[in-house]
Design a protein around this ligand. Structure first.
Ligand code: DHB
Length: 371
């Protein structure tokens, strides 16, 4: 016997507003997973309910989460495009005893906001520490001084803290730490300041969708000609933006958990299917986070059975491991956070003329180091 009601996944993500690109990728990733794996799991019909929260009002995300839980009686909440939105929904998951799968947001402390939160995206300390270490340890580019430029909210603060700590511990000097407004920022004044400071490197964290503006203004101010190396987390050079970014992206070194150029059969098939289902759009880490979030939910439902409670689903998610398009990943059973490879990549033009972030080094199965 199996439950008559469908198993409902309430997926909340910005599909309009300044972070709409996050939602576009995430919805595409979640839908592709269902297209490939069907809408019946453990004998129970699965229903994906997608809700747009607009990306900038935490209260909206919280209200939608509440409605999904109370009216739609969803079995799982998922998505969460930005940290403040994940923070706002966390108490709803706790009250309802419903797993909340964070597929996008990246502030380290998110998993501590509810015992029902499980993350399939990344954390900023996790993605930042390896590039800060690379800046000091690599033999090709001498980087003794740096300036940090981060979006002024949770993930940016995490990135700034971890970059400064790692870079300084390895003998580097951070000349200044600059914070830009989170939504619709204008980077030009900040980049002028960087030009005046003339560091060996500028470390940047901006949320998904803002990288093109950073690169454009970095180029306009000729910072590369001043000997300033642009480095950062991969959020700045997101895969779906690479085709439209100019050649100014070439040579930029970043660290991240996913590149569409990741060299594995699993990834090649994923990128191909993703493009085919989405008018040629290149998959990015936001698409992969959602795709893996769906995998986690499907596998938990299989393991815990069709009538599983929220607590049973949560227990099934803890410790789960699988091969993602990004490489091997695992849900840490204690922290409920993702453990994954972080790659060092260089933006390059391939023989076919397309630009990709090409992975050349890796920190294997790296846990969130915290802040
Ligand atoms: C967050 C959002 C992003 O778009 C991103 O690339 C990284 C982190 C966040 O709000 O946590």
């Amino acid at each position: 016997a199996h439950a008559a009601e469908p198993f409902k996944i309430g997926f909340i993500i910005p599909m309009t507003g300044p972070f709409a690109s996050t939602g576009k990728q995430a919805v595409a990733g979640a839908k592709l997973y269902m297209q490939q794996h069907g809408d019946e799991v453990a004998g129970r019909k699965v229903e994906l309910i997608i809700k747009d929260d607009g990306g900038v009002q935490p209260e909206t995300t919280k209200r939608i989460a509440q409605e999904l839980v109370v009216q739609d009686k969803v079995n799982v909440l998922a998505g969460f495009g930005l940290t403040p939105l994940a923070f706002a929904a966390a108490p709803i998951a706790t009250q309802a005893k419903v797993p909340m799968v964070v597929t996008a947001a990246g502030t380290s402390s998110i998993v501590q906001k509810s015992p029902y939160i499980v993350r399939t995206s990344m954390t900023l300390p996790q993605t930042t520490a390896p590039i800060a270490a690379w800046a000091r340890d690599n033999k090709d580019v001498k980087i003794d001084t740096a300036v940090t430029l981060v979006a002024d909210y949770g993930p940016g603060h995490d990135a700034e803290k971890v970059f400064v700590k790692t870079f300084t511990e390895k003998g580097g000097k951070v000349l200044e730490s600059i914070r830009s407004p989170m939504a619709n920022p204008d980077f030009s004044a900040f980049l002028q300041r960087v030009r005046d400071l003339k560091p060996d490197a500028l470390f940047v964290f901006v949320p998904s969708g803002q990288g093109t503006a950073v690169l454009k203004q970095f180029k306009e101010r000729n910072l590369a000609a001043e000997g300033i190396n642009l480095i950062g987390t991969g959020d700045m050079v997101e895969d779906d933006l690479m085709p439209s970014m100019g050649d100014e992206v070439l040579g930029i070194i970043t660290s991240h958990h996913y590149s569409a150029a990741h060299d594995s059969e699993t990834n090649k098939e994923f990128v191909k299917a993703f493009a085919e289902a989405n008018d040629g759009m290149r998959a990015s880490f936001m698409g992969v986070g959602a795709y893996d979030g769906m995998h986690l939910i499907y596998e938990a439902l299989k393991k815990a059975g069709p009538d599983a409670t929220g607590d049973e689903l949560l227990a099934a998610m803890k410790g789960m491991e699988w091969e993602s398009p990004r490489g091997p990943i695992r849900i840490d059973p204690e922290t409920r956070d993702i453990v994954q490879n972080i790659y060092i990549r260089e933006a390059k033009k391939l023989d076919n003329g397309e630009r990709y972030n090409v992975e050349f080094d890796v920190v294997e199965m790296f846990k969130d180091p915290g802040v």
